[in-house]
Each structure stands twice: as C-alpha cells, then as structure tokens.
Design a protein around this ligand. Structure first.
Ligand code: ASP
Length: 598
C-alpha cells in the first residue's frame, strides 16, 4: 500500500472537540480509524484522537480521490484528513461531536495497522491478560485514556497546592539501602562492587527524615516505591506515593495539609471535599467498626455483648469478647441460605462461629435459645437496641487471635463481616466520600510467629509522650503518634510524628530486638545523622494509585496505571522479570542456584 509522508501536516483541531458552531470551518485532523462503514458511494470513517471521535464522510462523486483513500482504510490505520465541518442530517447524541461531520477533501494514509487482537471499544470482552500483553492498544480505549487524564490532573493539582503551601519537591535515590516498611526489598546487584547490592526503596522514609535534618522544613515527592510482597490481588510491586514531611509540627499540621491535598486533588476530578475530616482513635475504630480502616458510609456499628455469653461460653466453646451488630429490617428477608453464606464467610476469615437472632413481633427467635435461654435473648436485644424486624449477627472473638496475640484486636472477623454484609445487602449509599483520620495506634504489635514485637507503622514512629516510660516494661500498652487517612474503608496512607532523639530511637530498636550493633549496621548513617541537631518532625505518605482508582470508580489499581504489573508481579507486555545471559551474571559475579522445589 502506498503511504503518504507526514510532511508539514499539522492538526488544526482535535476530533472530539468539533461542535455545531464549527460548521463551515476548514479543518485538518490527524488520528486513528476507529471504524469504517462503506455505503457504496459514501464511506464513513470514525476518526479518533485522544479527545474523542469525529465522523468523516468521503463522497465518491464529489471527491473521488478522498473516497478511494477512505476505501483503503481499515481499523487503526493512521490518517490525516483535510475537509470542511458540516452539520449532520442525523445528529448522533451519543457523541460530543455528533452534531457535525467532516466532509473529506483529501485523505492522507500515514500508516497501516494489523488488526488488533481485541476491539478497541469502551467495553471489551478481552481477558485482562490479552489487554496487558498489548497494553499500548488497551490504552487507546476511552476508559483508560480518561483514567490517565484524571490521574494527570489530580497529581498536577496536588503539586500546585503543595507548591503554594511552600513545599519543595525533592528527589531521593532509587539505588539505596534497605528501608524498613515491612516488606522484602528488591535487590540490585552492583557490578563495580562485586557481592554488594543496592535495595530499591520501599519508601523514601529515611531520606525524607534526612532532608528535615538538613533543614528543608517542607518536602514532598510523587515517588515510586518498590515492595517485594507475596502475591496479593490488588498490590503493585511498584506503586506511587505522595510522600511528604514537615519540621516543627504536631499531627494537626499534617492533617491540615493533607485535607488541602484531598480538597484540591478531588476538585480536579470534580468531586467536592470539605475538611476537617472526622477523627477516631484506633481503639474506638476497632470497638465500633472492627477495623482500623472503617467504612463509615453505613451504620452496622458493633456492640459488645460479652455479658450475654459469659455463662454459655464453655458450652459454646467460644472466647470472649463477643460482638454483634444489627441489620435493621433484615430479619424477614434474610434467607437461611444467605445466613449460611455469612457463616462461611466468618470461617474463611478465621472466625470461630456466626450466631444470629431475629427480632419478631413475638420476641427474639434464635437457635441460640437452647444455650443462652429466652432471657439471654432478651438481654441480647437490649444490648444491641434491636427492634422488631431486625436481624442481629453475632461473632465471638477468634480463639487463635486471643491465644496468640494477647494485645491483638478481637473484632477483626466481625469487622470484615460488617463490610461483607453491607456489600451483599447493598447497604452502601453511592456518591459518598467519607474521609476519616484514625489516630493513637499502638506503637508495637506482637507477632506470635516470631514471638516478638514489631513496629505497627515503622521503627521511626514516635511514642506518645505520656507512654515513654512504658517502653520497656509494657510495650503492648505504648501508643504512638501515628495516624492513617481512611476513605470509604480504604487506607489511603499512613504517617506519624517521628522520633527526633537518638536515645529514644535506640530504645525502640532494643524493644524490636535489634542489638545496638545490628541497628548500627543497618541504620548507622541515620542514627549518626540524628545526633547532629534533628528538629522535631513528621509526615505521611498517601497512595496515589488507590486515590485515583477511587476517583475513577475503578476497583483495580491496574486500571489507573499506564503499564501495570499483574498480581504475580509480571509485566506481560515486556515479559519481565526475565532471565539474563550468563555473560551478565558473570559480570556481576553471580551464579544461580537451581530453583527451590516447592
Ligand atoms: N514511609 C511510610 C510509608 O510508606 C509513610 C510515612 O511514615 O510517612 O508507609
């Protein structure tokens, strides 16, 4: 096929922006052929660029040359069109440019295209695997184009806001040492230092603190972070954070800045957000919602009904505390099958059992009657304030949790059930954006597997001033100056006021089981820096991919990342990770062991 050169063809307008008021105007459009319809003497082309579609019409009698070129066009051919905008006889209300079409005078065929492996329409039935293998084609589909445009606008609005608030954006290294965020590091072997490795940053945590020590006062960065985690459905091996840090502040200052970030970022996607956001302590969040990231768009708040089950505890083989929530008006419509499905869900979550009770006009009915008696059921109704027609769902504390982690939360199973029931029974109202700060997290968590304390957030988080003297004696009771930002049940980010005193930092490392030597070996440079006049400081990091996904109404982070990885951390298009040649391994001084049998 004979192709035309681009020469000095320049688009004068964009396809998606043509309107009735443009009728009569000459235009030059450049783009891809979305579709071609051949009516014999008339050929219609839908021409696409990143703004949308424009209809082109080529008339055999009037413009035989343009018609002949249009005849050669196929899907995804790249063409240029010179013509005049004309009002359509039959407008297409589904298209923003649907009132007009371009009558082609000349068509330039700039490139041909193979038939794409899937239709590049808004809706596609192609598997995600096929889409990811040909991501450059997938990205031509309107939803992805729209998502990446939203992402650009949101990130730009955030940058503008932070610039106005006097933050500097400063880059930090990718080739560095391990940063402790609780995941495995991606390691990069050094050729010039055989046997030595860089670690890709799990976050810029230490560097942003070093920038505070350096006196930069207000730092931010929209930055890629790398975490080699076990496969989890909606995690990305590399993801983007808005990372920020400030000096001489209390948490209030971080809250104010982040509320502004959300206000301006969401406004860029036409969603109004108003601060200040409500706050809940960690203890309150667990007691009322059974999670440290509560979705507050719906009720179903938990009630502690342990007193009702005290006597029956042994007979039921359960542990206290026992919690319940009421699904208002759901007694009649919730079938046995649905209740069984909820019970299965509780088991999947590691829970011991699910009990239920239905409040009818005649009183409370429940299979529990045999064990806790009618009086017990009346207490249950009283404790949960359930009314006639309501369903009460009850979950005892998970025994494994109670035994293994004495300070661990005991409401997480019922918390998960609460969210599941809301989803299944469609109790979540649309169009709500419920932001929330969760504060006062415990500084440490007990890990039964390694019988030791680990940081709930990371080891640079400051303990609450009032709890400093409990550090060694009662680590489980020490609260931290950490906070999370939660939106509709999603954790958007975590942050904290940091430890700025070297002596406190050392005490924390000891509680974490790191000897002074080990701490020095891993973080020596940082501990040294702390001794040179570290200002009190703190910050936060927010997940940009998650924020944009929520704004775009997408469930998967992959829908808002141009070139994402699968849940197995693979890039299906570039086929990464991949084997490397023996020569490359030799250069790095590496030999591969045979893969471990699993
Ligand atoms: N570095 C932390 C993280 O990535 C956030 C912070 O403490 O600022 O979760």
């Amino acid at each position: 096929m004979k192709l035309d050169p681009l020469g000095d063809l320049r688009a004068t307008r964009q396809c998606g922006e043509l309107r009735a008021s443009d009728a009569g105007q000459p235009v030059l459009l450049l783009g891809w052929v979305q579709r071609r319809r051949d009516l014999g003497h008339l050929i219609f082309l839908d021409l696409r660029d990143r703004t949308g579609l424009a209809q082109i019409v080529a008339n055999k009698q009037k413009q035989p040359e343009a018609h002949a070129r249009a005849d050669q066009c196929r899907s995804e051919f790249v063409i240029g069109v010179i013509g005049a905008v004309a009002k359509r006889e039959k407008p297409n209300p589904a298209l923003p440019s649907g009132e007009v079409e371009v009558v082609a005078e000349k068509i330039f065929l700039l490139n041909e295209a193979r038939t794409p492996p899937f239709a590049l329409e808004a809706e596609t039935s192609a598997s995600e695997e096929t889409r990811l293998r040909h991501r450059y084609l997938d990205l031509r589909r309107p939803p992805l184009l729209r998502n990446l445009r939203t992402r650009h606008r949101v990130v730009l609005a955030i940058r503008r806001f932070l610039d106005r608030e006097d933050f500097y954006e400063i880059e930090t290294p990718f080739l560095t040492r391990s940063t402790p965020e609780g995941a495995r590091d991606y390691l990069v072997p050094s050729r010039v230092h055989p046997g030595h490795f860089y670690a890709l940053p799990q976050s810029p945590q230490l560097f942003k603190q070093l920038l505070m020590i350096a006196g930069f006062d207000r730092y931010f960065q929209i930055v890629r972070c790398f975490r080699d985690e076990d496969f989890r459905a909606d995690r990305q091996a590399e993801f983007t954070q808005l990372d920020l840090e400030m000096s001489f502040i209390q948490p209030e200052a971080v809250f104010r800045v982040v509320e502004g970030v959300m206000k301006f970022g969401f406004a860029a996607a036409n969603i109004p957000v108003q601060g200040p956001f409500p706050r809940l302590t960690y203890a309150e969040a667990l007691a009322r919602f059974g999670t440290d990231k509560p979705d507050t768009r719906f009720g179903l708040e938990l009630a502690d009904v342990s007193a009702v089950f005290k006597a029956a505890r042994a007979a039921l083989k359960i542990e206290l505390p026992v919690h319940a929530f009421v699904v208002s008006g759901a007694a009649a419509q919730t079938s046995r099958k649905q209740l069984d499905a909820f019970a299965d869900f509780v088991k999947q979550q590691g829970g011991r059992a699910l009990y239920y009770a239905k409040v009818t006009d005649k009183g409370v009915e429940s299979p529990l009657e045999k064990t806790i008696s009618g009086r017990g059921l009346d207490w249950l109704q009283e404790a949960t304030k359930a009314a006639a027609g309501d369903l009460i769902l009850i979950v005892p504390a998970d025994p494994a949790q109670v035994a293994g982690a004495p300070h661990g939360p005991t409401t997480t199973v019922i918390g998960a059930l609460r969210a599941h029931v809301a989803q299944e029974l469609k109790l979540i109202p649309a169009g709500k954006w419920n932001f929330l700060w969760v504060t006062d997290f415990p500084l440490f968590e007990w890990t039964p597997t390694s019988s030791g304390w680990v940081s709930s957030h990371h080891p640079f988080t400051a303990p609450a001033d009032d709890d400093l003297d409990k550090l060694e004696a009662e680590p489980g009771k020490v609260r931290s100056k950490a906070y999370d930002l939660v939106l509709n049940g999603w954790e958007l980010g975590s942050g904290s006021i940091r430890i700025h005193r070297q002596d406190v930092q050392q005490r924390i490392f000891r509680v974490l089981g790191l000897s002074d030597e080990e701490a020095k070996e891993r973080f020596g440079f940082f501990l040294e820096a702390l001794t040179y006049g570290t200002p009190p400081h703190g910050g936060i990091a927010l997940g940009i991919d998650r924020i944009v996904a929520l704004l775009c109404g997408e469930k998967s982070l992959r829908e808002v990342i141009a070139f994402p990885k699968t849940a197995q951390a693979q890039d299906l298009m570039a086929d990464a990770p991949a084997r490397v040649s023996d020569a490359q391994l030799d250069e790095l001084g590496l030999t591969l062991k045979p893969p471990k049998k699993t």
